[in-house]
Design a protein around this ligand. Structure first.
Ligand SMILES: NC(=O)c1ccc[n+]([C@@H]2O[C@H](COP(=O)([O-])OP(=O)(O)OC[C@H]3O[C@@H](n4cnc5c(N)ncnc54)[C@H](OP(=O)(O)O)[C@@H]3O)[C@@H](O)[C@H]2O)c1
Length: 336
């Protein structure tokens, strides 16, 4: 290991004492991890909070084999040490990284190939709010559903971390974006970001999409609800449309009319990011560095930040996420 030489041996992290409510998130003392081959040790300045962390805390989304038990899927901070086969010149660099766990801590390991460099004017809080949603939206909407300029999409959870990133990317790539939200206030927030927002409690989103697209439908649906949304989503798709599942918050089972898939040549697909191989994530990091990161560097892509909390208040951050009133990303800050 090569590094700054003055690293502590122990650190504060947030542990999940047992599956349960936010109160099971408690500060614990853990050894500072040592970077292995291809890894960097990052002094974490901020860590993004994601809905999958809530599910992990509830015991519904265990870490994949080999991943730390500590929650946290994205971090920003400074590289303080490097493992074998990693350029020592990375030490001192400000980076953000996608990690398979371990983000709610003062120090965390990341694969050097899953890190992205921070422009000077991007804060650690903003940077920590980017990787999980950017990687998820890019790989599912722009790659899996191959959405491109001139297309239109429907994204549920318009003010979620995922939804706000989807709006930002669609705007930058000239894709018309419709979103659904559960309140008028959330619809107003999504509209202000540049989406056409549909309040699913007062309006039938299938009818709204038909009306807004002249009956044609959208190119793709990014779905995090599942259940009875799936057949309704298919009705929102244009012929040859793509339906991408990234979560099933409304139910894991759906009934679809198979002839509709055949007659209108629809594609049903989906993915989960966390368990994908390190090689896949490295490839995705490279694609994002080439295709999207220039927009982060020139300031045109910024995450929507709801609130940040000190690391020790991770439980309060989860309470806020579960209350569902947030718009954009919730972030934990590790103060120097
Ligand atoms: N497949 C992947 O690789 C991947 C990666 C990251 C995240 N995800 C998934 O993407 C979803 C969004 O993640 P996030 O971190 O952006 O979450 P988030 O900010 O907490 O947003 C969740 C949104 O979903 C809406 N919602 C609708 N039905 C819901 C329900 N039954 N329970 C809770 N929320 C509901 C809420 O908006 P309204 O109140 O307006 O309905 C809320 O804005 C999560 O399901 C997460 O697991 C998947």
């Amino acid at each position: 290991m090569t590094g700054t030489g003055s690293l502590p041996t122990e650190m504060t992290a947030i542990g999940i004492t047992e599956p349960g409510g936010p109160e099971v998130l408690r500060p614990v003392t853990l050894p500072v991890p040592e970077p292995g081959e291809g890894e960097v040790l990052i002094r974490v300045r901020a860590a993004g909070v994601n809905r999958p962390d809530v599910m992990q805390r509830q015991g519904k989304y265990p870490p994949p084999p080999g991943a730390p038990d500590t929650p946290g899927l994205e971090i920003a901070g400074e590289v303080v040490a490097t493992g074998a086969d990693v350029l020592e010149s990375l030490v001192g660099r400000r980076v953000c990284a996608l990690v398979a766990g371990g983000g709610y801590a003062e120090y965390a390991l990341a694969s050097a190939a899953h890190c992205l460099p921070l422009p000077d004017d991007l804060s650690f809080v903003e940077a920590a709010a980017i990787p999980e949603t950017l990687f998820t939206v890019w790989s599912n909407l722009f790659e899996r559903a191959y959405v491109a300029e001139g297309d239109s999409v429907l994204v549920h959870g318009g003010t979620s971390g995922i939804g706000t990133m989807a709006i930002a990317l669609c705007r930058l790539f000239d894709v018309r974006v419709f979103v659904t939200c559960g309140t008028e206030a959330k619809c107003a927030a999504a509209q202000a970001l540049g989406a056409h927002a549909i309040n699913y409690r007062s309006e039938d989103f299938v009818e709204a999409i038909r009306a807004e697209t002249g009956g044609r439908g959208v190119t793709a649906v990014l779905d995090m609800i599942g259940g009875d949304y799936v057949p309704r989503n298919l009705k929102c798709l244009a012929d040859d449309g793509r339906h991408v599942s990234i979560a099933v918050m409304g139910g894991a089972k759906a009934t679809v009319f198979v002839p509709e898939i055949m007659q209108r040549r629809l594609t049903l697909t989906g993915s989960t990011l966390r368990p994908r191989s390190a090689a896949f994530k490295a490839l995705l990091t490279g694609e994002i560095r080439d295709s999207v990161w220039p927009m982060v560097e020139d300031g045109s892509l910024r995450p929507v930040i709801d609130r940040s909390f000190p690391l020790a208040e991770a439980a309060t951050a989860h309470v806020r996420m579960e209350a569902g009133d947030h718009v954009g990303k919730i972030v934990l800050e590790v103060r120097a």
